[in-house]
Design a protein around this ligand. Structure first.
Ligand code: SF4
Length: 322
């Protein structure tokens, strides 16, 4: 029997999220009116070029950055303005795996201490209890138990990311936000770490928000995928629909750039014109219009809203106004 929980009870709901920064005395939206849901025990990927706001969105959801407006609902609770003890309590349930395993580990701490620190801080468990839990976590992420007594510099990049993953798992969170977790790793190691994350997702019933610039990596991991461009979510759909029938011209260009493994199949690549405009001063109307081959008069005037044009498939583009 399919025990997959119903998508109608999401673990995470983001509604009209906006994160703005003040630059030279004026406000600029790094995340602009982003809304989506992540179902329990599902993996939602967020993809887009660097500077599109995907990492800022992830950090805002974890409340590492303050949202300017909008709502973040986690496990049925509005956590947008949670502070102090209630924020600390919620933080046990969501964790982050960072892009750079080198920078996110304290070089002066033994790996055992790195992993046990969150458990000690939140639960006050004894050293003996902690030790057996940490040994268990090391095994789960594919590291030997004697890694406990070593320091981060004694490990390779892939192994350090495994240490970061063990630390993220230490409090048995419900949600993990993984921000480019393999982009700093050698290609040969990337798939091992991605497969590990997938195994752990099953074993620990985790929900993932998986942020990456590489569409192939996101495809490997995700059930559903959102595409961001200059701070806005331009399309979101289940993985199959997004790759088989991308609707937004930007997504169509991204999908066309994925190499086709079968050399007999010919694929026409859409080359995008121009560079990504500055997120500090995005174009009016549809932010993609200066690069879009389908741009119409209204595209430079009116920002298209994200709307469902097929079941479960939402897109923000005037081509689908009806
Ligand atoms: Fe292109 Fe217009 Fe659609 Fe934007 S709204 S993606 S400019 S067609």
């Amino acid at each position: 029997m399919d025990k997959k929980p119903v998508e109608s009870t999401p673990l995470l709901e983001v509604k009209n999220l906006q994160t703005a920064f003040s630059i030279n005395d004026s406000w600029h939206n790094a995340v602009d009116d982003v809304s989506f849901q992540v179902g329990r025990k599902r993996i939602v990927g967020v993809v887009g070029e660097s500077g599109c706001g995907k990492s800022t969105a992830g950090r805002t959801i974890l409340r590492l950055l303050e949202p300017t407006s909008g709502k973040i609902i986690f496990d049925g609770k509005d956590i947008t303005e949670a502070k102090g003890t209630s924020l600390r309590k919620i933080r046990q349930d969501f964790q982050m795996v960072f892009q750079d395993p080198y920078a996110s580990l304290n070089p002066m701490q033994m790996v055992g201490d790195v992993i046990s620190e969150p458990i000690r801080n939140f639960t006050g468990k004894s050293t003996n209890q902690l030790k057996s839990e940490v040994m268990n976590l090391l095994t789960k992420v594919g590291l030997p138990e004697d890694a406990y007594y070593k320091y981060p510099h004694e490990f390779s990049g892939g192994q350090r990311q495994r240490i970061g993953i063990a630390r993220a798992l230490a409090l048995r969170p419900k949600l993990i936000i993984a921000d480019e977790p393999v982009s700093a790793l050698d290609v040969s190691v990337q798939s091992q770490v991605l497969n590990l994350l997938k195994e752990l997702q099953q074993e620990f019933d985790l929900t993932f928000l998986f942020i990456a610039h590489d569409l192939s990596v996101v495809r490997h991991m995700s059930d559903r995928i959102g595409v961001m461009y200059l701070g806005g979510l331009v399309e979101i759909a289940d993985k199959k629909s997004l790759y088989a029938e991308p609707l937004h011209p930007y997504t169509q260009a991204l999908v066309s750039a994925i190499p086709e493994p079968d050399p007999r199949k010919k694929k026409q690549r859409i080359i995008l014109q121009g560079d990504v405009p500055s997120p500090i001063d995005p174009p009016k109307g549809c932010a993609f219009h200066p690069r879009c081959i389908h741009a119409m008069a209204e595209c430079s005037q009116t920002k298209p809203a994200l709307k469902e044009v097929r079941p479960g498939h939402q897109v923000a583009c005037h081509l689908y106004n009806s």
